[in-house]
Design a protein around this ligand. Structure first.
Ligand SMILES: [Zn+2]
Length: 393
């Protein structure tokens, strides 16, 4: 029996075990700001990997989830003569967008072959798949280079702590597989927009809006004007979008608002557009539409765009071929959604994204996962890893 046959047969026998680990990890609240929950998901994965004899190390993070690094195969000496990138990286994030208590309301369930629950597709199924692919290679060997499983903890808010860990890993990577959910079409992602999440706070002046109206300076009026100016920067033809998705402010209905704040999501396609649009946003924040107001802008999180390089294209073609050998069709897609794959691509690691099990409606209560995609997506990834060398990657 060839290694490929052994690995794919073993993965095929693990369907129920994959669902068991998926249930365990989905049923832990792990919103991006719930460090304890994200680390509990990490502990579940560490326990499972330890049971397969796979060592892990924890890179502790102060505010968000720790980064967990699992190794299969010896890591080459750090000071190799060439320092050429060597590792094959399987990447995924353990945080979700859901608040605490979400699991109690809608725990992991399966109905008619579809699994539901917070983060079931985005991306606990991808974490489970990565863990099983690591285990398969730990059992049967055959990987052309050391495998690294990287399980991070703050992707949904732009990886403020995870980013340097991801970038360091990507610099040592010959290829990166990011197991975000496969599209409903079965497609993977070969291009993503970049994104900048920022926060601005406006200060005005409080005054009784009945008795002392003219002394007040309304931060909320300023907020409204700034939102219109920011939204007007949207340019759909260039792939630039702006969304002020969160606002708050004011003190009481009968007080001229002394403060207001908002959060901006900028998305763009071309790397050179980033600074131009951020400059325009900064100018809008600096300008006082309502005289006497002041405002400050802070960048809270950022993703770089994923653009396909010639080497990444070869990785994509290898994956398409591996999927065909597994029995499913897949193609490449562009999406406005951001992910950690933008960071790995930006430091030069050939990257393919959304190779995880297939699901949809991410970030909503209708999020779902096709459980019949768990095994095939794992098999396709394993096949691609086995053939990296032959594909010149
Ligand atoms: Zn995700």
């Amino acid at each position: 029996m060839s290694t490929e046959a052994q690995i794919t047969a073993w993965l095929a026998s693990q369907h129920q075990a994959m669902i068991d680990l998926l249930r365990e990890t989905v049923d832990i609240d792990s919103g991006s700001y719930n460090k304890a929950g994200i680390d509990a998901v990490g502990a579940a994965i560490e326990r499972w990997l330890a049971g397969q004899g796979i060592p892990t190390e924890r890179l502790a993070q102060a505010k968000h989830g720790d980064c967990i690094r699992a190794m299969v195969g010896a890591e080459p000496a750090a000071a190799s003569p060439t320092n050429a990138p060597t590792n094959i990286v399987l990447m995924g994030h353990r945080d979700t967008v859901f608040p605490d208590g979400e699991v109690a309301q809608r725990p992991f369930t399966i109905k008619d072959g579809i699994a539901y629950g917070p983060g079931v597709a985005d991306m606990k199924a991808g974490l489970v798949m990565n863990a099983f692919v690591l285990a398969a290679f730990a059992k049967f060997g055959g990987a052309p280079a050391p495998l690294v499983g990287l399980f991070t903890g703050d992707e949904e808010i732009g990886s403020p702590e995870g980013r340097p860990v991801i970038e360091a890993e990507a610099r040592r990577a010959r290829v990166v597989f990011n197991s975000e959910p496969g599209r409903v079409s079965g497609n993977v992602v070969t291009g993503r927009k970049g994104g900048v999440f920022s926060f601005f706070r406006i200060t005005g002046k409080a005054a009784h809006s009945g008795g002392n109206f003219i002394e007040g300076i309304s931060a909320i009026e300023e907020l409204a004007r700034k939102i219109q100016a920011i939204h007007a920067l949207t340019d759909l033809e260039r792939g630039i979008t702006l969304n002020v998705g969160l606002v708050s402010g004011g003190q009481s209905v009968n007080t001229v608002a002394p403060w207001a704040e908002g959060q901006i999501d900028l998305r763009y396609v071309h790397p050179e557009d980033r600074d131009e649009i951020m400059g325009k946003i900064e100018a809008i924040i600096a300008r006082s539409f309502v005289p006497g107001t002041k405002a400050e802008l802070t960048i809270k999180g950022e993703f770089l765009p994923l653009n396909q390089t010639p080497v990444a294209k070869r990785l994509f073609e290898l994956y398409v071929q591996s999927a065909a050998e597994t029995g499913f069709k897949t193609d490449g897609e562009f999406t406005g959604g951001c992910a950690d794959s933008g960071f790995t691509a930006a430091v030069g690691a050939p990257t393919i994204c959304a190779v995880g099990p297939v699901g949809g409606k991410a970030h909503s209560p209708d999020e779902f996962l096709r459980i019949d995609s768990l095994v095939p997506r794992a098999q396709a990834m394993a096949r691609a890893i086995l053939k990296l060398e032959a594909a010149g990657l």
